[in-house]
Design a binder for this molecule. Structure first.
Ligand SMILES: CC(C)(COP(=O)(O)OP(=O)(O)OC[C@H]1O[C@@H](n2cnc3c(N)ncnc32)[C@H](O)[C@@H]1OP(=O)(O)O)[C@@H](O)C(=O)NCCC(=O)NCCS
Length: 170
């Protein structure tokens, strides 16, 4: 049975492996296979978000941490930096539950939206988030902060034309 709970300092060392495993799904998407080998958030980055941001873990009673979501409250809402579910546990609604829990925290803290950047068209990215209630921002509607996020992704080697910014108003 899976429960969603706040991440704690003790989880930080386990979460990079969850994200590494999650990326294996990109081997199914021609052109983005390399994401499966891409760098993941470090344990220290997790520690920082656990201490200062919003950090949730999906935990199985036996397997331990099998998914996570983390983000930060920003001027335009709760920005989700990463959501990942271990490859063996995908497709069971855990991602959907993590987003719902993130949404609840965002609402409790008075945030006006959930925001993220993701890959266009990939079935478990843009169309998935659209099914969950996000919409893709048209170029002119992307806030300067989100534009900066996309720009930084480009500098990190992610082709910007494949990326989009999405929002779920709360
Ligand atoms: C995105 C992610 C967190 C979703 O987690 P999850 O627990 O599998 O999510 P759910 O079970 O709630 O839903 C999975 C969705 O992906 C879709 N999906 C999964 N695998 C798919 C595939 N091979 N082909 C087509 N669609 C697929 C499912 O149809 C489902 O959508 P639906 O419920 O609307 O039908 C997970 O796929 C993941 O870790 N991916 C790798 C990391 C990543 O892409 N993170 C997001 C960065 S923005």
């Amino acid at each position: 049975m899976i429960s969603i709970r706040a991440a704690s300092e003790r989880d930080a060392d386990d979460l990079p492996d969850v994200e590494r495993s999650s990326g294996a799904i990109f081997r199914e998407w021609p052109g983005l296979e390399w994401i499966a080998e891409d760098t993941v958030q470090s344990a220290d980055q997790h520690r920082a978000l656990i201490a200062q941001g919003v950090a949730l873990v999906a935990e199985d009673e036996e397997a331990g941490a099998v998914g996570f979501l983390n983000g930060e409250l920003t001027s335009d809402g709760l920005h989700i930096w990463q959501i990942a579910v271990h490859r063996d546990w995908q497709g069971q609604g855990i991602g959907r539950r993590l987003i719902a829990a993130g949404r609840q925290i965002a609402e409790e803290r008075g945030a006006k939206a959930l925001l993220l950047t993701t890959f266009r068209d990939v079935p478990w990215n843009e169309p998935y988030y659209q099914r969950l209630g996000f919409h893709t921002l048209a170029e002119g509607a992307i806030t300067p902060r989100l534009l900066k996020v996309l720009e930084n992704e480009g500098k990190a080697g992610i082709p910007v034309e494949l990326r989009c910014a999405m929002v779920m108003p709360l």
